[in-house]
Every structure is written in C-alpha cells, then in structure tokens.
Design a protein around this ligand. Structure first.
Ligand code: SF4
Length: 639
C-alpha cells in the first residue's frame, strides 16, 4: 500500500452507472500533493472550457488528501473540486469532520464523478462494497434531516455528506453538509452535486493506512501534543472557537455591518462569543484527530419557533449573518445559520446575499410586491426565513438571488452593482478591507473568488500600518502559497497554524508519512504551481485578461467607513490599482494580470502557456524577467 494513501481511486459515471476501481496514481500525488492540487489538475485537464458547470461534462471530485486519516493531529479534511457555477472558474471547498478519513479507511483516496444520473442516487461505500443506490426517498429532504435519516437507515457508524433543496434546485452558492454542521460551503460545490442528481455519499471503513516512518512520526506527534496542550491559544479556541473573533473584529473595525456599509456594530454585545457560550452552547465538538474542539454544538431558541440544533455560528457566519444583517440576538444569528445549513446554502455567501437584498430593500430597489408581500428589514429573522425559502426554491425574485449577489445585481441594476460585495462572483468573507488593504488585495486575487482563507493578512496590516498599500503584494503572495497547502494535504490549518507549529515541522510530518524528502521551498513551489494553473484555467474559461476579474465592487473605493474606530478610513481606486500592479509584478505576471510563458515553463506548466497563447492571453515577458522572489522569502510568523 502506498504511504499515506489508501491505494484505490473510484471513477463513477453517473450517466451509465459504471463504477471503476483504479489504482491511485502515486506520481500524480507526488507532483500535486492531493486535495485541491489534484482536483485543480484534473478539472484543468478534463473539463472542456465551454462546459456548463451544471452540465454533464463538469466533474465532481472528492479527494481526501495525503495526510488526512494518518497519525497526525487534525488530519480531518476532505476536499471537493469542480468547475464552479458561481465563479465560472476552478472551484474547490473543504470540510472537517470525519468523512475524509473514513473514505481512506474504506480503501479510497478519491472519487471522480462524471455525467448526470437520470434519477436521484446516493453513493453507498462500505469497505469493498460500492453501489449507486436510489435516492428518490431522500430527494427534497433538507441537509441535516437527510443526514439523520440516512444514519437511521444505514447505521450510526456511516459518515455522510449530503446536499439540501438548494443544491437540488441549482442555487449557485449551495454547500455540502456533514456531521450535522460541517460544511464545504464555498464555490457552489453543492450545486454541482445537485446537478448530477447525487444526493449523498455514505461511507464506512475499517482499514488501516500505511505511513513511511511511523516511529519518527509518533515521536514528533507526541512532542507536538505535549507542547500545544499548554499553548495559550488553546483556551479561547476550546471555549469559543472562532466566535472569539466577533468582538475582536468589531474592536478593530474590520467587521462587516449592514452589508459592508460600516465596520462597527453598535449591538456587538448581543451577538458576540460570550453570548454564544452563555445562551446557545450545548457542548463542544471536534473533528477527527483533533482536541482543539473549535466546533460549538448549539441550540437556537426563539419564541414561536421550534428549538433547533446546529453547529455554530463560528466567526464567518456570526459576522456575515449577525452584524452584517443587523441582528440583535445571538439566537437569531444561530437560527439563520441553521436555516442556511438545512436548506443547503453556504452561510458565508448566504449572509452576503441576504445583506445585499436587505440593502436593496432599504433603498427601494426591491419591495414587498417582489417578496410575496413580506418585507426584508435589517434585524428581522422572520423576513430572512421567508426570503431564504424563496431563494432555495427559486421562487419569484428568489431566482435572481440564487445566482449570488453579482447575478442578482445584474438583474436589479440601478447602481446595485456598487454594493454587491463579491469578487469573481463569490461573496466576500467576514472582513471589510477598506482599513486592511492587504485583506482587500487577498479577496481581489484569490483564485476562487473573494475568500479569506487563501490569505488572511489583517494582523500583518495592523502591524505594518493599516493605511499602507505598498508591499502588501509580497505578503499576500506568500500567504497564498502557504495557507492553501493545508487544503492540499487535507489537514486543518486552525490547529497547525494557530498553535505556532512551524512550516518546517509540518513538512517533517509530511515526510514521515510519505517518505518524499521535500523541504519548505519545494512545497511552496508546488503551491505556486497550483495557483498559476488555476489562474490560467480562470482566464481560459472566461476569455478576458486576468486583470478584468480582480476588482472589488465600487463600495471598496468610493465609500469611506462612516462610523466607529475606522471612521473616515478608506482606499482610492488609484491605491487599488497600485496594489494590483505590485501583486502582478510579485507573481511574475504582466500588467494585464496574465502569466508569462517564462514563468509557466519554470513551474512545469508549459502546456498551459500554449493554451493561453492560442487564446491571445499569454502574458508579455517583463523586461526584468521572472522575479527571483515570488513571495517565498517573506515569512511572517502567522500562516
Ligand atoms: Fe476541526 Fe476545529 Fe479541530 Fe480544525 S481546529 S480539526 S476545524 S475541531
């Protein structure tokens, strides 16, 4: 059995029902490292550039990475990849929980789905038994309800991922749900699953994985366990999870409030981490192999509504469905989190879409006659509940918002594009970048659309000057290389990044598992290769210069922050262009944001250069050649 891998890849044609078992391609893993690296490579190679992301030619890939399920902390992740219907570019999203390790314990590293099933199905995996089963009885069920029913029908020991009605109905920001609250939320992977009429994947496995040097791995992991259990960050993480940052973000004027109109929320006391722990917490929850237990299993209690149970809200949902919607009760934030989870929508994009619709309502761009007689006011949980049903089932103008804020703004017009808070079609995460320029640049340039996790620069912005736009590029590029590696290896960044474990230690673990003998510079270079392949893929699919896709909505430069500690702060379009120019130079791209042949060949991506050249979008070589330092020499302490 190959080190760190289960040994078998499943290739399933949903149109014909054919299930093929293939030996896992070890050379592919050695070059692309698994997770988002391999999904990026396969969809680049196999999905035609004009394929409809919701059509039969798109692939849907499940990859459990090289390190998940192995004898390491927080080896809990699984990655999903497909061309994104939300961004029309390469898409990926991951989740923790137990599904990824379970897939490998059943004997499978990856599942590649192709085609479209004629009827709803789910994939049943029980070690050697792999079957497509009729899912007619589950189709139409909400995500959390469906997971519960499948566990009742198959057994508690099955690990299950499901989609909800939103995914079935092609809502473009649909998520995949697991473990009653773990979500692969970004880039609409749930919509791709729904388009293939794949309702769920259920897995049970009890095999072992082989690692190259178990004794050295055991020694290293024991040392990490003993060291990290005393780390001061462990206490707040275990108590609050990421909800700890709600108050911090408000204090530091980066929280989005009222659809990113301002960065200070006057009712933060009603929705912060203390409120979550005091009013909603039932118990703490952790993923496979983790004792940081950042997951908070909670209840939402609202008079006149059923008590509901969920995991969350963590920081992103708490900010985007809390301050950003003007909510004044943590139970209301938790309830909206539950609605989105159960309907099967990404709670980050979901919060952004609701907030955008609320601002449209406030400005009179939509009105009760568009909303089946309802209103959509800041702070109203009842309004949100009705609106989300319209979106999930694409009723009336719910159909516009089902495409996300960018598409909805294109329908509504009348200046609404200015406050549709997205880049490349994907809604922004829960940080406002007007007084954190590096963060804004991160959103602008993230390869899957506005997402914080590719590069989170806020503490660096704070340390180096929050009005400074110079030199942001090298920080962003470095972080864009190191942070996505966690999604490549399928381990949790929160554990490995927040407890001061060094990149060298992580690479040492990787070597103990695989025997590859790589170093930090080599893995950063692999990450750079993945980043550039995704950039080429995005340009090839959308057939415009890369720069055309890298701008935030005009609110980012036209509006100064109107209240709170950040009052009066903001950026100009000139500064945004300056950051982009520096970023392209730092990456070795041309002024149009297109990679050059020289760079792509240096990264082993010569065929991608030829593809760009054929389409007329190959970057022009810069007089200075490829920059010798592409972010890798800038190594802040934080990941
Ligand atoms: Fe899961 Fe949180 Fe642990 Fe990461 S830190 S593995 S998200 S419990």
């Amino acid at each position: 059995m190959p080190n760190g891998l289960a040994g078998t890849t499943l290739r399933i044609n949903l149109s014909t029902g054919e299930i093929r078992r293939l030996p896992t391609d070890e050379a592919l893993y050695r070059r692309w490292h698994g997770g988002r690296g391999i999904t990026a490579k396969i969809i680049y190679d196999e999905v035609p550039r004009d394929a409809d992301p919701l059509g039969p030619e798109n692939l849907f890939i499940v990859n459990a990475g090289i390190m998940s399920g192995c004898y390491i902390p927080a080896g809990s992740k699984v990655e999903f990849g497909a061309v994104s219907p939300l961004t029309n570019g390469p898409g990926d999203s991951n989740m923790g929980g137990h599904f990824g390790p379970a897939l490998k314990f059943a004997g499978y590293d990856m599942i590649i789905f192709e085609g479209v099933s004629a009827k709803p199905v789910y994939l049943f995996v029980d070690n050697e038994v792999v079957e497509l089963r009729d899912a007619s009885g589950y189709w139409g069920m909400k995500s959390l309800d469906c997971e519960k029913r499948l566990k009742e029908d198959l057994g508690e020991d099955f690990e299950i991922v499901t989609i909800g009605p939103a995914g079935e109905n092609g809502v473009l920001f649909s998520c995949i749900t697991h473990d009653f609250g773990r979500q692969a939320g970004r880039t609409g992977q749930g919509a791709v699953m729904g388009s293939k009429r794949l309702k769920a994947i259920t897995v049970r496995g009890n095999k072992s994985l082989h690692v190259k040097d178990l004794e050295s791995l055991r020694k290293q992991v024991t040392e990490i366990i003993l060291r990290t259990q005393k780390h001061p960050n462990m206490v707040p993480w275990q108590k609050y999870g990421t909800a700890f940052f709600i108050r911090w973000s408000n204090d530091n004027a980066v929280i989005p409030a009222y659809n990113f109109q301002t960065t200070f929320y006057e009712d933060i006391d009603k929705i912060d981490g203390d409120q979550l722990v005091e009013k909603c917490l039932i118990t703490h929850k952790a993923c496979f192999g983790c004792w940081m237990n950042c997951g908070k299993f909670t209840k939402a209690v609202i008079p006149g509504k059923p008590e509901v149970h969920l995991e969350g809200p963590e920081y992103e949902t708490g900010s985007l469905c809390g301050a950003n919607l003007g909510m004044k009760d943590i139970n209301h934030v938790a309830y909206i989190n539950w609605l989105l989870d159960n309907l099967g929508m990404d709670s980050m994009s979901g919060g952004g879409v609701i907030a955008f619709a609320m601002e449209c309502f406030e400005r009179g761009l939509i009105n009760p006659s568009d909303l089946e007689g309802h209103t959509l006011k800041w702070g109203s949980v009842d309004d949100v509940e009705h609106f989300l049903e319209m979106v999930a089932h694409r009723r009336g103008i719910g159909d516009w918002f089902a495409g996300g804020t960018k598409r909805a703004a294109a329908k509504i017009g009348r200046g609404s594009e200015k406050f549709a808070m997205q880049v490349k079609g994907q809604e922004m995460s829960g940080y406002d970048g007007r007084w954190a320029p590096g963060m804004l640049l991160s959103y602008m340039t993230a390869d899957i659309g506005a997402h914080h996790n590719r590069s989170w620069t806020i503490t660096v912005d704070m340390a180096e000057g929050r009005e400074k736009v110079e030199d942001r590029a090298k920080i962003v590029v470095y972080l864009q290389h190191i942070r996505p590696l966690f999604d490549t290896w399928c381990i949790c960044r929160l554990f490995w990044g927040e407890l001061d474990i060094t990149p060298e230690e992580i690479v040492e673990s990787l070597n103990h598992i695989t025997g590859w003998g790589v170093d930090v510079d080599e893995v950063l270079r692999t990450s750079e290769m993945i980043w550039n392949l995704n950039r080429c893929h995005y340009i090839e699919r959308n057939r415009q210069n890369g720069r055309a896709f890298d701008y935030p909505p005009a609110r980012a430069w036209e509006d100064k922050i109107p209240s709170g500690p950040g009052k009066g702060k903001g950026l100009s379009l000139l500064q945004i262009d300056q950051m982009l120019d520096e970023y392209y130079a730092a990456r070795g791209w041309d002024k149009n944001g297109n990679p050059t042949r020289e760079l792509l060949e240096d990264l082993g991506l010569g065929p991608a250069a030829s593809n760009l050249e054929e389409l007329g979008f190959l970057g022009k070589p810069s007089p200075g050649g490829i920059p010798p330092v592409r972010g890798e020499k800038y190594k802040p302490k934080a990941f």
